[in-house]
Structures are given as structure tokens and as C-alpha cells.
Design a protein around this ligand. Structure first.
Ligand SMILES: Cc1ncc(COP(=O)(O)O)c(C=O)c1O
Length: 395
């Protein structure tokens, strides 16, 4: 018999995944071109050519035994971590060193490693709705408690009064995700400054340390030159979790990193803990070939003009039909207000037109639905008449 904890996890298993499977089922019946699957954040833009070239070069250049072996440190190859640190320092005027970087198995691996390192049972982790639903599972993995801040459904910026009120002596960490999944909103510099001031104040008042975890898989997917603040500059106890899943379109390859700056409280101990957590969670080290690839591709990124075109067309098309939503500044999601308060009814109605969308309750924000527009342009164009039929139902 499986554990009680897993029983619950299986029972609540991701609605998004279920949608994805539904998409495959519908594609078999109606043909893939007649299914409008906006359910999953799986990039459809190919990785930059440099990734392929790098793989070839690495296989030619490197000693295969070393290349495919365990890394000396669980944190990853020194040369890779050092190159990542240099690249961040150039881009964000930071002063990271090799030791501040730990290579991880994607952002998901990084979040698990840092939460394993930080949480005692009962510790609280605050996050802002709407949020990536897996934060709940990751926190639960280490017997932490996820505390939600309710959404500001006008701006989708964090509600700072509620944030301040919900920080307690048990608050160990705060997770922010900007550009955000599922809204596409980028937290403004003003928001970040205010948030940092609240955490500073609360740390003093409570005599505790509150870690800010910045989950950044969408950092490079920002449109119209919007500024995405680099959070270590605003709050000393910031840990950054990065991933190449979206920026290089490599989600299946499982590669990312954590930044734990020297300024972070107990930095050295935390870095050692993260090293051990990488090992004992069974990751051992981030995939070695992928580490070498990202080193060669530090200045590369996926072609976001593709997502940008989808964003414009889908946002324009849906708002014209009367759907309400905020224009995303980053990532590849549109978070649309449901014309009926139970958004699951909208998802069910959409399915009649072979449109697959995800209920906002999966992100702690009922009354909205998420559309992942990392799909082909044709899918978007062909879906618009179907959305028009759907909109008619709510006139
Ligand atoms: C906000 C957010 N965090 C983390 C992840 C996990 O990403 P990775 O593939 O890097 O593990 C995702 C994936 O979609 C995400 O949307």
C-alpha cells in the first residue's frame, strides 16, 4: 500500500496533466489539427541551433569517461558554475563566484533542493496566488505549510498588506515567480522594493530569517523590453532558482541552477546543505552533458518573437470576443477571466469545441482559466472561430 502522503498527492494529481492526456485522446479522434490544446507549458519553439552545435562539439572535444561520469562536486562542474557566475555578473552587475552557483535538475530540482535544505516540519512558505501549483507539493515534500496570499485580480501584483499580515515567526521562505506562471505579469521594481522592506521589517520584529526564493524559469521570456528586476539586489536573503527549460527550450533535459549569494544568512552552511540535498534527494548532480551545453550557450536564448506573435494574436482575438484578461508582459500564458464564476464550467464548455484550457483553481485563483500559448501560430488562428462560438454561449 502506498503512503498516506502519496495517496493524497495521487488523488490531487495535476489537473493540467489530465488535460494533456485528454488532448492526446481528442487528437486521435478528431486529428491533431482540430484540437486546440492550450493546457501545457511545454515550449514549441525549437532550441537554438547553438545547442545542437554545442552537443556535437562537446562529444568531439571531451573525454567521454569524464563527460559521462559523476561530477566531483554535487554542485556541478566548477568551470560551468564559474561561467554562469561571470555571465550573471556581466548582465546584472552582481558579484557572484563559483561557490554561489549550484547546478540543478531544472527549476523543480532547485526548488526541492532549497526547500529540503531550509524547512523544518511546520515551517511556513508564503506564495502569492495565482502560483505554480507544484509549490504546494514541493513544500509538502518537506512537511512545510504553504501559505497563500490571495490574488489581486485587477493587477495580479502581490497584495502587500495581506503579505505583511501573514508573515509569522514560522515563515521560513517566500516564493515569487516573475514573469509569472499563470498570469504573465512581471512584478514591478516598486513592488519588489516594498516587498523587501516588509521582509526586512518582519525579520527585525520577529528575530527570524526569511528567505526569498525567486523562481525564474521565464526570466528571458519578457516582451516589449520590460525590465525584470534581479532580486538579489533588493533583498539580501534572496536565493535565485533558474532553469533552461524555457529560455533554451530544453524542458526534458532537466537543467538549471540555484544562486546562493554570500549575503544570504548562513550562506556557507546553506550552500553545503544544498550540495548534500542534491545528493540525498537522488539527483546526485545535474546532468553533465547539459551542464557543458549551457556553458557554451550562455548568450543564447529561444526565439521569443514566436511567442510574442502568439501573445498578440491570442490576446487581441480573445479580448475582441469580449473575454477579459490582462496583457501578459512575459512567459507564455494568458490568464483569462471566466464569464461564469465556476471556471471549471468554462473549461468543460470549451472542450466541446476541442479547446483545452486549465482552471485557475489549479493555481489558487478560481474564476480564471489559463491558456498556454506555446503552441503553433496555426493552432491559435484556427482556434479563434471556436473561441467565438464559445463566447456566443455567454452572450
Ligand atoms: C513557475 C514555474 N516554476 C518551476 C517550473 C519547473 O520548471 P523546470 O522544468 O525547470 O523544472 C515551472 C514549469 O513549468 C514553472 O512554470
Amino acid at each position: 500500500m502506498i503512503s498516506k502522503k502519496m495517496e493524497n498527492m495521487v488523488a490531487n494529481s495535476s489537473a493540467i496533466r489530465a488535460m494533456f492526456e485528454e488532448g492526446n485522446r481528442l487528437a486521435k479522434i478528431y486529428g491533431a489539427e482540430n484540437v486546440y490544446d492550450f493546457s501545457l507549458g511545454n515550449p514549441n519553439v525549437p532550441a537554438p541551433d547553438a545547442v545542437k552545435t554545442s552537443i556535437r562539439e562537446i562529444l568531439e572535444e571531451e573525454d567521454p569517461v569524464l563527460l559521462h561520469g559523476y561530477t566531483n562536486s554535487n554542485a556541478g562542474y566548477e568551470e560551468v558554475r564559474s561561467a554562469v557566475a561571470d555571465s550573471l555578473n556581466t548582465r546584472f552587475n552582481t558579484s557572484f563566484n563559483t561557490k554561489n552557483i549550484t547546478m540543478t535538475v531544472g527549476a523543480a530540482g532547485g526548488l526541492n533542493v532549497i526547500l529540503k535544505s531550509l524547512l523544518n516540519p511546520g515551517d511556513e512558505v508564503i506564495t502569492f496566488a495565482p502560483y505554480f501549483g507544484e509549490y504546494r507539493s514541493y513544500t509538502n515534500n518537506y512537511d512545510g505549510v504553504l501559505v497563500e496570499i490571495s490574488p489581486d485580480t485587477n493587477s495580479f501584483q502581490p497584495k502587500l498588506d495581506e503579505f505583511e499580515a501573514k508573515i509569522t515567526s514560522k515563515t521560513k521562505a517566500v516564493i515569487v515567480n516573475t514573469p509569472n506562471n499563470p498570469t504573465g505579469v512581471v512584478y514591478s521594481e516598486d513592488t519588489i522594493i516594498k516587498m523587501a522592506a516588509i521582509m526586512e521589517k518582519k525579520q527585525k520584529e520577529l528575530g527570524t530569517v526569511i528567505y526569498l526564493i525567486s523562481d525564474e524559469p521565464y526570466r528571458e521570456l519578457a516582451y516589449d523590453d520590460v525590465e525584470v528586476p534581479y532580486l538579489t539586489k533588493y533583498y539580501a536573503n534572496t536565493v535565485v532558482g533558474y532553469s533552461y527549460s524555457k529560455s533554451l527550450s530544453l524542458p526534458g533535459e532537466r537543467i538549471g541552477y540555484l544562486v546562493i549569494p554570500d549575503e544570504v544568512a548562513d550562506s556557507e552552511v546553506l550552500i553545503s546543505a544544498v550540495n548534500v540535498a542534491t545528493r540525498i534527494l537522488g539527483f546526485v548532480n545535474a546532468p553533465t552533458l547539459q551542464q557543458k551545453i549551457v556553458k557554451k550557450c550562455l548568450n543564447e536564448k529561444t526565439d521569443i518573437s514566436y511567442y510574442n506573435r502568439n501573445r498578440e494574436v491570442l490576446y487581441g482575438g480573445l479580448t475582441k470576443l469580449g473575454f477579459e484578461c490582462i496583457k501578459p508582459e512575459g512567459a507564455f500564458y494568458l490568464f483569462v477571466k471566466s464569464p461564469v464564476s465556476d471556471e471549471k464550467l468554462l473549461c468543460a464548455a470549451a472542450k466541446k469545441y476541442n479547446i483545452l484550457i486549465v482552471p485557475g483553481s489549479s493555481f489558487g485563483c478560481p474564476g480564471f482559466v489559463r491558456l498556454a500559448y506555446c503552441v503553433s501560430y496555426e493552432t491559435i488562428m484556427n482556434s479563434l472561430p471556436k473561441f467565438a462560438e464559445l463566447a456566443e454561449e455567454y452572450k
